[in-house]
Write a protein that binds this ligand. Sequence first.
Ligand code: GRG
Length: 261
Amino acid sequence: MRYSIFAGGKRLRAILVMAAYEAFGMIDSDEVLPIACAVEMIHTYSLIHDDLPCIDNDDYRRGKLTNHKVFGDAIAVLAGDALLTHAFWLISKSKYKNVKSEKIIEILEIIGNAISTFGMIGGQVVDIETSGHKITPKELEYIHVHKTGALLHACVYAGALLANADDEELSNISDYGKNIGLAFQIIDDILDIEGDFKLLGKKAGSDIINQKNTYPSVFGLEKSRELGDVLINSAIEKAKKIKTGGTVLVEIANFIKNRKF
Ligand code: GRG
């Protein structure tokens, strides 16, 4: 668990929870940190499992050997399971940081749903089952929105919920999350073709080896970049609507667009 969680990574999901929370004028890091850490644990679990020989069979992640390469498949499966479980325990412990139980339940609902069969796992299943087959743009969007976008969306939504954002603000942040979520995976697809091992911390080209359907394989590189840009611009528009301060969310959207890792 420690090997993979402290292997590095951008900490984007934790940052999104905190940025959304702070966008609504909140600054109590004690309250938001358990949720931010929990989503990183969930994300790291998904990476450990995704790298397994039975899924993507990758040797490097975050610039280091993948978990199963160091500890073996059985411990890698269990490290992922334990990180996932630990995350929910950590969120429940927010009650000691004076977060109201009803708020904790709302956050559990949004994160639980995002990584369930209705979210990340559902997207991953369709991704695996359609590998090597021709799919429609709609099916591809389903995969990306669920496999990657759902957790990113849940991060900003959970931060906003914790900050007591009202319905209109929740709707804006939700659109922001959906847009950056899909854009993030489109850009990930592009980096899997053009990325550099030293910056990415993992080998590029894994999608082609695993016969994955990606935005570049369905739309071509140029069109994929355009689609990513449209989504990022829509996200920025929504962030700018947050009266209390969406500047950091705008910067994160731009970071996602320009990232090289
Ligand atoms: C249950 C066996 C089993 C497998 C499930 C849940 C799962 C496998 C896979 C989830 C899908 C997944 C891993 C999507 C990839 C999302 C993605 C683009 C990850 C890379 O995120 P970054 O770039 O990584 O933010 P860092 O290392 O910076 O945190």
